[in-house]
Design a protein around this ligand. Structure first.
Ligand code: GDP
Ligand code: MG
Length: 740
């Protein structure tokens, strides 16, 4: 029943623990991330203990003056009249910074309860916060909690319910008396329709010249002029602009509160700070990150993961295996025996075994590697390391006029490009946001892992531990940086980089639950895809590669009279793929099979491997070749072509799902086309360069495409190293980004 429902909103800075609190009290599994922008939309759920209470988790923000989309989402919801009470979540280890938003939320006149989160860390640090005094100063109840350790939450909810009944909040803090005077005068100009408890809030907003608020209160022309006059006078008196005056006043109030309510423990460097001295060090930060990511991909793809994946592919889907001295058949053997006993025709057996089992099985075979990869990536994310990386990368990016904000979507993209593209919402500068949408899917997502593993096997022989896998990850990072620098120098994307602020949470061992959730979220999505979209794709690929025309007749190729052993060459798939194979000829992989893999890869990246496996099985008849790597490698003329194929497939337009998300984020057909076009073109050029350089250096071949490749290299180098064009930074012409 709507009437008896109670709405509680959770507001707070990014990273203060809102989502952790939300998950604790609602029993949900929302994404707890270590950087701003993870919650970009608000999220609702019922309180576990009382289903009539609805909790809304809002995006983390730093202020109520909307500069970015998530600030708007949060503010609009707070002012919508829906929340009965606001729980202002405050990271108590960062009280001073968090109070800036808290004061503004209290000023809204809504009933507010401040939840001082991370009580566990405060206790450890030895700082003392006087809750009573703080509550008096702020004019609202204050409760110490730990969302992570689940302490103080019942009390918090009880107080929030009680406050909701009280209807109005009464802000206690006051600015300098001269400013308060002006605010009183502005309040007097507000129409009577603005309710008592919101009048001060709107007075402050009008003072800040907030246009949204001005529209909402709908001042008469006279009143608006009078307000502007008051502001202008005050600005002259204070010799500052109105917005800065209010900011200054808020900080003055905060300084006062901190003085009165907080006793800092004698400063000693915490473990986190000690680690950060090294990890975010100007010189060491980047190399450490490279080593860490190298280790992650090396462990996941080249060592542990491979051993398990090989076992699965060779035994479950290959020749069968030996279990405690008993010979066990592999899955295709079991399936074949079973279908034969049912009297299934060769066509059905081939469809099931060579199409579905081979395709879906090849994808499922990579699950062990996925697990290892996401155990490691989720750990780095949950323990707080990735937040440091964003900070380190901001310094690197800024050099080139890019924003560190662009790096967060990329971190998210290591899981999946879809949330990665969504995370670009936090970038308020439209040009930067578009550029990030265009480049973020260069980072290899989970679905590209099988491609990397397959390439590695094909390039160096199976199960050989090598450094190739991490290299493909860095290829993605380099593609992002190179593209960023080149695009930034074009008219379409020129401009100052978005400022990037973020709090660094203290390092901590991840809660096993949230760690597992992160891993399972990715792995289960992968499994689900294998049984849906990949399953469907393998059926289509099987039909397209088994049917075709030979000798003037169309039909099931293997059953045709006198057809050569390589019957798939006459298939519909071969015909379709050969028609566009010429595009890839300069990259060295014009064979129709490679083209077919690339095209099906656009549906879902796992398809590259699924199609490869399926085509190889079909070509071999029902005999299974356990060694996917070498059979795959045999489809290419050279190592250079394999590497070019890999580069192209890792960098070209992402899967359908990610393309759809790009379309939604760009909100424009033209920009979607630019984004996908750029990705494909860039991928093609990289593939061309790799193949042509290999041909030249390793094989001594030189031709027209070698010249084209060098022309592209020259063009890229020129765009990378030419100075930033004049006027690219907006107002002050030709000046590099200030205080980068
Ligand atoms: P949000 O951005 O406000 O939604 O913050 P999250 O809920 O995503 O949490 C940010 C980080 O703070 C995560 O790594 C949490 O595990 C951690 N965290 C949240 N609450 C607590 C707490 O009470 N104590 C400690 N030590 N860590 C916490
Ligand atoms: Mg959150």
């Amino acid at each position: 029943m709507a009437a008896s429902e109670l709405h509680i909103a959770l507001a707070g800075n990014p990273n203060c623990g809102k989502t952790t609190l939300f998950n604790q009290i609602t029993g949900q599994n929302g994404y707890v991330g270590n950087w701003p922008g993870v919650t970009v939309e608000k999220k609702e759920a019922k309180l576990s203990a009382d289903k009539s209470v609805i909790i809304t988790d809002l995006p983390g923000i730093y202020s109520l003056s909307p500069y970015s989309p998530e600030e708007r989402v949060s503010r609009d919801y707070l002012m919508s009249g829906e929340p009965d009470v606001v729980i202002q979540v405050i990271d108590a280890t960062n009280l001073e910074r968090n109070l800036y938003l808290a004061l503004q939320v209290i000023e809204t006149g809504l009933p507010v309860v401040c939840a001082l989160n991370m009580a566990d860390l405060v206790e450890k640090s030895g700082d003392r916060i006087d809750i009573r005094a703080l509550s008096d100063r702020l004019g609202c109840p204050v409760v110490m909690i730990s969302a992570l350790k689940n302490t103080g939450l019942d009390e918090l909810i009880n107080i929030a319910k009680r406050e909701a009944a009280s209807k109005d909040g009464v802000p206690e803090h006051k600015f300098d008396s001269a400013i308060e005077d002006v605010l009183d005068h502005i309040e007097a100009q507000l129409p009577g329709s603005v309710p008592q408890n919101k009048r001060r809030y709107y007075a402050v907003k009008l003072f800040e010249r907030d246009t949204d608020a001005a529209k909402l209160v709908n001042l008469t022309k006279d009143a608006a002029d009078r307000v502007e006059q008051l502001i202008a006078m005050c600005e002259q008196d204070c010799d500052d602009d109105a917005e800065s005056i209010i900011t200054g006043e808020r900080y003055a109030v905060i300084a006062h509160i901190m003085d009165e309510c907080v006793k800092k423990a004698p400063a000693k460097m915490s473990t986190s700070e000690k680690i950060d001295r090294i990890v975010t060090n100007r010189i060491l930060g980047l190399p450490i990150f490279l080593v860490v990511m190298f280790a992650v991909y090396y462990l996941a793809i080249s060592t542990f993961g491979t051993a398990m994946t090989d076992w699965v592919n060779d035994n479950l889907f290959g020749e069968g295996f030996d279990f405690l001295g008993t010979a066990c058949p592999s899955i295709p053997m079991v399936v074949e025996g079973w279908l034969t006993s049912l009297g299934a025709s060769d066509l059905v057996i081939s469809l099931v075994n060579d199409g579905i089992v081979a395709g879906v099985g090849a994808v499922l075979g990579f699950i062990p590697q996925m697990f290892v990869l996401f155990i490691l990536l989720s750990f780095l994310e949950d323990c707080g390391y990735m937040a440091r990386v964003a900070f380190v990368m901001d310094r690197v990016f800024r050099r080139f006029g890019l924003s560190g904000k662009s790096f967060i979507p990329m971190l998210v993209s290591t899981g999946c490009g879809v949330p990665g593209v969504l995370a670009t919402k936090t970038i308020e500068n439209e040009k930067d946001r578009r550029m990030t949408v265009m480049t973020t899917t260069f980072i290899p997502c989970g679905a590209k892992l099988p491609i990397i593993a397959l390439l590695m096997g094909a390039l160096v022989g199976d199960a050989e531990a090598t450094w190739i896998a991490p290299l493909f990850y860095f290829l993605g990072v380099i593609a992002v940086i190179v593209s960023g620098i080149m695009l930034k120098k074009t008219k379409l994307f020129a401009g100052r980089p978005t400022p990037f602020v973020m709090e660094l949470p203290s390092y901590h061992f991840p809660s096993l639950k949230s760690w597992w959730l992160h891993i399972w979220e990715r792995v289960s999505a992968y499994i689900k895809k294998a049984f849906t979209i990949i399953f469907a794709s393998t059926i289509v690929v099987w039909f397209l590669s088994n049917f075709g025309s030979y000798d003037g007749a169309f039909g099931f190729l293997p059953a045709m009279e006198g057809i050569p052993e390589e019957f798939t060459d006459y298939s519909v798939l071969a015909m379709l793929s050969s028609a566009i194979g010429w595009i890839f000829a300069p990259l060295g992989f014009e064979s129709w099979q490679a083209t077919a893999m690339s095209i099906t890869g656009l549906v879902a990246k796992e398809n590259v491997v699924a199609t490869a496996s399926s085509l190889l099985h079909i070509a071999d008849g029902t005999e299974t070749d356990p060694n996917l790597w070498s059979a795959f490698a045999a489809m290419f003329p050279s190592m250079g072509a394999i590497a070019a194929f890999g580069a192209f497939n890792l960098l070209c337009a992402p899967c359908f799902a990610a393309m759809g998300t790009i379309r939604a984020q760009m909100n424009s057909g033209k920009w979607t086309a630019i984004a996908l076009g750029y990705e494909c073109a860039f991928a093609w050029v990289v593939g061309l360069i790799i193949n042509q350089l290999y041909n030249l250096i390793a094989l001594g071949q030189f031709g027209i495409w070698t010249v084209v490749a060098f022309a592209f290299i020259a063009l890229i180098l020129f765009q990378l190293f030419r100075p930033m064009p004049k006027g690219a930074w907006g107002e002050d012409e030709g000046v590099a980004p200030a205080a980068a």
